[in-house]
Design a protein around this ligand. Structure first.
Ligand code: WT7
Length: 656
């Protein structure tokens, strides 16, 4: 973003107070109430979280220590015994919620299903017994590669119930990406479906699993469970593959939740970083349960009459925290939708809102920008008056998109919570509380109570005024990631030593740049590392580069992001070819397809630029800053004196 753009953003004068009637009934009903929570948390963080943990969650055994902080290792509620599946299900069964809708599912094409808390509990217990029958034990990792169907949530909750950490892999990832993740997690079993609906096509999920497991590439996997969904033909390997419905039918519905230690691993979820392979972000039981519970309750202000819908996929952290665990722990009704807006049905989101009377709606800026493009007639053709609160997540939201969302979808009456957080943070960190904090289009506003967010320079000193810097967090919080699976050093290096610790003070480095305005509001500008955010999906440039150079025609590749009106950023790859290869349309197509094959469609480069050489420093480092300017068609500015061969830059310019 240019300096001028940032200046104008920080000058935003539009501000929206929480509507009085909304605030009156809200969990956090005023700015004073918010401030009081913040002060309480600041004065004694351990006491603040302990009080909530006692009030809001059910424990099998109380904890001894609230927080044990030996940077960067945090342990929350040590000595306590708890189970998140119990908190999401069992405890609601002894209340009127027993027969309340837990999960409302809208399938594709056109089928639907509602599971009450009692029904969901039963399915989860049965499936937990299926897992046990197949030899899955406490501590074993289970891979989940599923479409957006109730069985995805059932599988997650069943794993949590028996203490087998799950590793959900987004159904849009390729067989290769799935294999890498299963290998890294050392998964013992995989849950999948014959296929999944994506837009108007079928994704052959089971075939992809077969490919991932071929040639004994993942020796740890002993069994594969397959849900029948699209009814397409699949091959079932005897002894290894089983139909979900065959085993589920006969399984007992009696399966008490395993008392887990607070710090037992709940799940590992892979996400992209600026270096190396995707890393397994580890979350543990009690802290994650508490943090997703509290953030869901206060940010989405869930009341018993709400119908809450988050449009994410369960393959991402948003789906984990805000489709499954947070809402169910609160005893809410959560909607799950298998479809996605597509040319044949661009208004499908509005149909779902009208059909189920959705009251709280949480989606991504990239989706909102696509809706703006389609025009207002689609949402206007549906009754959206049930909505009372809107949310966004995944990337900065441009003020025009915010205003459109507010006016057209929210009818001018719904507060908007712009929620900043990450896979690593487990839950939302910076956001408005809708009954308490006035919003400004484009700002995530203020930190959640108990979160000490700040903006600092590389030395770790707070920046002056509205000058930008690195977004950091100063104190551990219950939902924070605990480690990188199998690589504690990478955890330390990436998040806690990027900004050098001083006087024993460790700062959590988020990888985002941010500014603060005169009211202390946060404006998150985007990644400051080699991570690209494409349509709210996070991709490492290095991952895409490795995918490209694994193609025999490619000698070297450098990948950068360029601004894109719809997707936020798009991927541009600069590629040099092996000796005898020559650039062509066909090769461009082939390379794009190759990346899809290696990673998945979300990583398909928007543009491939062939070049004879890449701009490098004398020490051989690719100068991405120059490539970023070139890709976005900006004048290459700043210091180019370290460039080894200036001719390369001129050629690249001509090529463009
Ligand atoms: C990155 C995390 C957990 C949410 C889904 C993405 C960007 C996320 C916002 C926001 C500005 C945002 C950041 C962050 N981001 N929400 N409201 N405003 N930027 O999770 O894949 O772990 O990506 O998404 O750059 O670091 P993720």
């Amino acid at each position: 973003m240019s300096e001028a753009t940032i200046e104008s953003i920080l000058q935003e004068k539009r501000s929206f107070q929480p509507p009085a009637d909304f605030a009156k009934a809200a969990h956090v009903p005023s700015f004073e109430a918010y401030q009081q929570l913040c002060e309480e948390a600041k004065a004694d963080p351990a006491a603040f979280w302990a009080k909530l943990a006692e009030q809001e969650l059910d424990w099998f055994q109380p904890w001894d220590t609230v927080l044990d902080w030996q940077p960067p290792a945090a342990r929350w509620f040590d000595g306590g015994k708890i189970n998140i599946s119990y908190n999401c299900l069992d405890r609601h069964l002894t209340t009127w919620r027993r027969n309340k809708a837990a999960l409302i599912w809208e399938g594709e094409p056109g089928d639907s299903r509602t599971l009450t808390y009692a029904q969901l509990h039963r399915e989860v217990c049965q499936f937990a017994n299926v897992l046990k029958q197949l030899g899955v034990q406490k501590g074993d990792r289970v891979g989940i590669y599923m479409p957006m169907i109730p069985e995805a949530a059932i599988a997650m909750l069943a794993c949590a119930r028996i203490g087998a950490p799950h590793s959900v892999v987004f159904g849009g990832f390729s067989a290769e990406a799935l294999r890498d993740r299963l290998v890294d997690a050392d998964a013992k079993l995989v849950v999948t479906a014959d296929g999944g609906w994506r837009k108007d096509a079928i994704v052959p999920l089971k075939d992809q699993v077969d490919k991932a497991l071929a040639n004994d590439a993942v020796p740890s996997v002993q069994n594969v469970l397959v849900v029948r969904r699209t009814e397409q033909k699949v091959t079932m390997e005897p002894g290894r593959d089983h139909w979900w419905h065959d085993l589920q039918q006969g399984a007992s519905a009696d399966c008490p939740a395993e008392p887990m230690d607070s710090e037992d691993m709940l799940f590992v979820l892979y996400t992209s970083g600026s270096t190396g392979k995707p890393k397994g972000v580890v979350h543990t039981t009690a802290g994650y349960n508490l943090y997703t519970h509290m953030t869901t309750k206060w940010i989405f202000d869930l009341q018993d009459t709400d119908v809450y819908w988050c449009t994410a996929d369960v393959g991402w952290i948003t789906g984990h925290s805000y489709i499954v665990y947070g809402p169910l722990s609160n005893g809410a009704t959560t909607v799950m939708y298998e479809g996605a807006p597509r040319p044949s049905n661009p208004g499908c989101f509005w149909d779902v809102i009208e059909k189920y009377g959705v009251t709280v709606f949480y989606t991504a800026p990239t989706a909102i920008r696509a809706f703006i493009k389609q025009g207002e007639h689609l949402p206007n053709a549906r009754n959206l008056t049930s909505l009372r609160l809107l949310g966004t997540v995944g990337e900065p939201i441009n003020p025009e998109a915010w205003m459109w969302y507010h006016r057209v979808i929210g009818g001018g009456r719904c507060p908007i919570v712009d929620t900043w957080w990450q896979t690593e943070t487990g839950g939302i960190m910076i956001t408005a509380l809708p009954g308490a904090i006035a919003t400004k289009p484009g700002s995530a506003t203020l930190p959640f109570p108990g979160i000490l967010a700040d903006i600092v320079n590389l030395e770790g000193n707070p920046v002056e005024g509205s000058q930008g810097g690195y977004l950091v967090v100063r104190h551990p919080w219950p939902g924070m990631m605990r480690t990188v699976y199998g690589d504690p050093e990478r955890f330390r290096r990436t998040y806690w030593e990027h900004i050098a610790p001083k006087d024993g003070q460790y700062l959590y480095f988020a990888g985002d740049g941010a500014h603060r305005d005169d009211d202390g509001y946060f404006w998150v500008m985007g990644r400051v590392d080699d991570v690209i955010n494409v349509a709210g999906h996070r991709l490492g440039t290095m991952e895409i580069e490795s995918a490209l150079v694994s193609h025999p025609a490619v000698a070297e590749a450098a990948v950068v992001g360029k601004p894109d009106e719809l997707k936020g950023s798009d991927i541009v790859a600069f590629v040099t070819l092996e000796g005898t290869q020559t650039p062509s349309e066909a090769l461009t197509k082939e390379l794009k397809q190759h990346v899809v094959q290696e990673i998945g469609a979300i990583a398909r480069p928007g543009e491939i630029r062939f070049t004879d050489a890449l701009p490098k420093t004398r020490s051989g480092k690719i100068m991405r800053r120059l490539l970023r300017s070139l890709a976005s068609g900006e004048e290459v500015s700043g210091d180019t004196s370290t460039l080894e061969d200036r001719g390369v830059l001129d050629k690249l310019r001509e090529g463009a």
